[in-house]
Design a protein around this ligand. Structure first.
Ligand code: PEP
Ligand code: MN
Length: 274
């Protein structure tokens, strides 16, 4: 058991890298870029995103098949068909897959089709879901609840670890503040604090943290500068037509620039973006 302890420390806690697939580590010296559409919408759309990731040397494709939408009238995702598309397209380019399990019933499916199971912000304290992924042997990416404290977030991670699965990556995806100019606020304090006080790799999600495509690059740079071990970024071949999170989707043409700029910050930190 890891005690959730946020007191000031002289010695930083060592990050325990999480192995993804056979040759990728999150939490080592490399900073891992994960990118893809918010939702898997079609084979063509997902394939175009995967090709863009592949062409910059990226390794991980993201995409939602079961979507946690605020309104039941919004696009809810393609479900199993979405998982099949993700896997097929990723295999075509030799990429790894991260996708969200929205409910306990999706855990076996996500474990079958993906290399990392994502737990969404709205589900951070969905304890039966945390227990279910804790009983798999798959790496889990636990997003921070947008109204949750850092301590609650790390305690949620312990719910996963208690069931035997310590392959946990935590993801700062922005928290709600009083300001409505941006969708959320990227908590770079949290990235730095978790990095020094927890053994879990921490990654930044500049897409949900800002909700605006024009702020994704600076937020990505800030996350890397704060010590993030990776980035989770939403891209779309036609951002304005995206069925979910259109405002924050980067075009495929922006991906090399994101990788280049974040890579320069990584280099300044003595790290490398992959
Ligand atoms: C997502 O990654 O598309 C998503 C729904 O994120 P969050 O849970 O952070 O809102
Ligand atoms: Mn999204």
């Amino acid at each position: 058991m890891i005690v959730v302890e946020l007191q000031p420390k002289i010695e930083e806690t060592q990050t325990r890298p999480v192995a993804i697939g056979s040759d990728l580590n999150v939490g080592g010296s490399d900073i891992v870029l994960m990118a893809g559409p918010c939702s898997v919408e079609s084979y063509q759309q997902t394939r175009a995103a995967a090709e863009a990731i592949y062409s910059i040397g990226g390794r991980v494709l993201r995409g939602g098949a079961f979507k946690p939408r605020t309104s039941p009238d919004s696009f809810q995702g393609l479900g199993l068909k979405g998982l099949e598309i993700l896997r097929a397209v990723a295999d075509e380019f030799g990429l790894l897959v991260i996708t969200e399990a929205l409910g306990v019933e999706h855990v076996p499916l996500a474990a079958k089709y993906a290399d990392i199971i994502q737990i969404g912000s709205r589900n951070m304290q969905h304890f039966p879901l945390l227990w279910a992924v804790g009983e798999t042997d798959k790496p889990v990416l636990l997003k921070r609840g947008f109204m949750s404290t850092i301590k609650e977030w790390l305690s949620a991670a312990e719910h996963i670890a208690h069931r035997g699965n310590e392959q946990i990556i935590v993801c700062e995806r922005g928290i709600r503040s009083f300001d409505t100019a941006t969708r959320n606020t990227l908590d770079t304090n949290a990235i730095a604090l978790v990095k020094q006080s927890s053994p879990y790799p921490v990654i930044g999600d500049p897409s949900h943290a800002t909700g605006r495509a024009d702020l994704v690059l600076p937020a990505a740079r800030a996350a890397v500068a704060a010590g993030a071990d990776g980035l989770l970024v939403e891209i779309h071949p036609r951002p304005t037509e995206a069925l979910s999170d259109a405002d924050q989707a980067l075009s495929l043409a922006m991906l090399p620039r994101l990788a280049e700029e974040s890579g320069r910050i990584a280099a300044a930190m003595g790290r490398r973006l992959v």
